[in-house]
Design a protein around this ligand. Structure first.
Ligand code: ZN
Length: 126
């Protein structure tokens, strides 16, 4: 499990070094799915998969193209805590991380009122 997570972090680092933002956005989303899958709880990993897909869509719509919603070192810190077997630190770091992700999505209620899912898909298809 640790090996798989470290391998994933190496891929993230490589995409970051190559400034491949599309790949990095994909990989940072995949990190959350991988972590959920490794928990062995299929209902949880299904929920995370759906949330990640939705978040990636929102990131591509609202975030600057140069940014990734997942900050550079936060995944590493989470994996480090898991490696040490420190569950409480790992979950604390993940909660902090998700808060940062949520803030970076920069969506306020006014924007949500205007959220038009049809135009989102039209934009994706164009
Ligand atoms: Zn993340």
């Amino acid at each position: 499990m640790i090996k798989r997570l470290q391998q994933h972090l190496a891929e993230e680092a490589q995409a970051r070094a190559e400034k491949n933002h599309a790949r990095l956005t994909q990989l940072t989303g995949d990190f959350h799915i991988l972590l959920a899958e490794l928990s062995g709880n299929s209902i949880f990993s299904d929920i995370v998969r759906r949330l990640t897909a939705l978040s990636s869509l929102i990131i591509s719509l609202y975030d600057s193209p140069a940014a990734s919603a997942c900050k550079d070192d936060e995944h590493n810190a989470i994996v480090e805590a898991i490696e040490k077997g420190d569950a409480s630190v790992a979950s604390e770091l993940m909660l902090e991380h998700l808060e940062h992700v949520e803030k970076s999505l920069k969506i306020d209620d006014d924007e949500l009122d205007d959220f038009d899912i049809e135009s989102v898909f039209n934009e994706m298809l164009s």
